[in-house]
Design a protein around this ligand. Structure first.
Ligand SMILES: C[S@@+](CC[C@H](N)C(=O)[O-])C[C@H]1O[C@@H](n2cnc3c(N)ncnc32)[C@H](O)[C@@H]1O
Length: 197
């Protein structure tokens, strides 16, 4: 990413992402991918899609980029995903956002640090292409309800989503919770019309 880009906003559109490798047709972003268990497995399976992780914790990023091989349709940015979505991405440019087990920030005074706020949801809705979606999973039931309300308020339409429990392409938290027999909630929130229609 060129530094000059950071001086201006909302410039990163599909041309930026889909330049290389050739043949890419879709862009999906995971915010807070941790060790990128979901993204890397999924990138190997869907070679026509660029999978971009945005992870704020440098130690997680360092562990992932130290791996000897990574799929060429996978990228990892060490950054605040919230900031990137709010400030950098072009409208109608992203096919899907994956948000899996976001930090709950339990204490009331820390709620403002939560990833999905009205401001974030509006930016996510605006940057999604029509038909694109936010895929959400969390084990924290009240947080799921809160995020669902926020995303619906931003105009995204909730759809049921049941993930295949045997799917190896899943995040570390999902794998851990399945092993422990813990339940979690999941749903898809779709952009069904261009904003303003
Ligand atoms: C509870 S972990 C879940 C990791 C992964 N999604 C999974 O399901 O295994 C939450 C992750 O989100 C990252 N994170 C929290 N806030 C973030 C932000 N604003 N931008 C990018 N990553 C963030 C944390 O560093 C952490 O890796």
């Amino acid at each position: 990413m060129q530094l000059g880009l950071l001086a201006s906003t909302h410039e990163v559109g599909r041309d930026y992402w889909l330049g290389s490798p050739s043949g890419l047709q879709r862009i999906e972003l995971e915010i807070g991918p941790g060790d990128c268990g979901f993204l890397i497995q999924t990138a190997l399976r869907h070679r026509e899609t660029l999978y971009v992780g945005i992870e704020i914790r440098p130690s997680s990023v360092e562990r992932v980029v130290a791996r000897p091989t990574l799929p060429d349709n996978f990228r990892l940015l060490a950054a605040d995903g919230r900031w990137i979505v709010l400030n950098l991405l072009a409208a109608d440019s992203i096919d899907a956002y994956h948000i899996y087990f976001p930090d709950p920030w339990w204490k009331k005074r820390h709620h403002k640090r939560r990833l999905v706020t009205d401001e974030f949801a509006a930016a996510a809705a605006s940057t999604l292409r029509c038909g694109g979606c936010v895929l959400l999973a969390t084990d924290v039931a009240p947080l799921f309800e809160e995020i669902a309300e926020i995303l619906e308020r931003a105009g995204l339409v909730k759809e049921p989503w049941v993930r295949d429990a045997a799917d190896p392409a899943c995040s570390s938290y999902e794998r851990k919770y399945r092993r422990q027999g813990r339940s979690f909630a999941q749903a898809i929130f779709r952009k069904v019309a261009a904003q303003g229609e």
